[in-house]
Design a binder for this molecule. Structure first.
Ligand SMILES: [Zn+2]
Length: 164
């Protein structure tokens, strides 16, 4: 998938131009995890820009992250919750993305409006799991699934009513 990663690059991190989210997660074991090409903070359940280490370090240094990380530490993760941590963001990401698409399409808001800086800030800071809503270019991948589900639901409704 990531054609920019060269085998030798692992020896010298300076040479890495494009690091995959997975590679980045491996650098921070137990802190971040990769899912579907995106890097998540395991404590905060938010998507972070895995290409820029400075952003990740800044996030780890933020008070909101420290608060969430402390809460997670207090719970003493079992293997089961650690496993759930990996899948829950995945589920939440799909849910919030699909619901965002539904809301946008219902209100006639083009998906690219999600990339508007002010809109993005609102989603990141004010919407639960809003940070997991990907950029419009990725949202379009979900659009197909959403329309497929809507179509199936429509079909079901028609079947039930036995329309002639
Ligand atoms: Zn965090």
């Amino acid at each position: 998938m990531d054609i920019f990663v060269v085998r030798e690059s692992k020896k010298d991190p300076q040479l890495v131009v494009h690091k995959s989210a997975k590679d980045r997660a491996a650098q921070y074991p137990g802190v971040f995890h990769a899912d579907n090409g995106l890097l998540f903070c395991s404590s905060c359940n938010v998507v972070l820009d895995h290409l820029r280490k400075s952003i990740l370090d800044k996030h780890l240094d933020s008070s909101s992250h420290k608060k969430k990380a402390n809460q997670a530490d207090g719970k003493q993760q079992t293997i089961k919750t650690a496993f759930e941590c990996k899948t829950r963001p995945q589920v939440e990401k799909v849910k919030v993305s699909e619901e965002w698409i539904k809301a946008c399409t219902a209100a006639n808001i083009p998906l690219h409006k999600s990339d508007n800086p002010i809109m993005r800030k609102f989603l990141d800071t004010r919407v639960v799991n809003g940070g997991a809503i990907p950029k419009a270019s990725q949202l379009r991948d979900y659009l197909f699934d959403v329309s497929q589900v809507e179509k199936d639901e429509l079909k079901k409704k028609i079947e039930d009513k036995d329309v002639a």
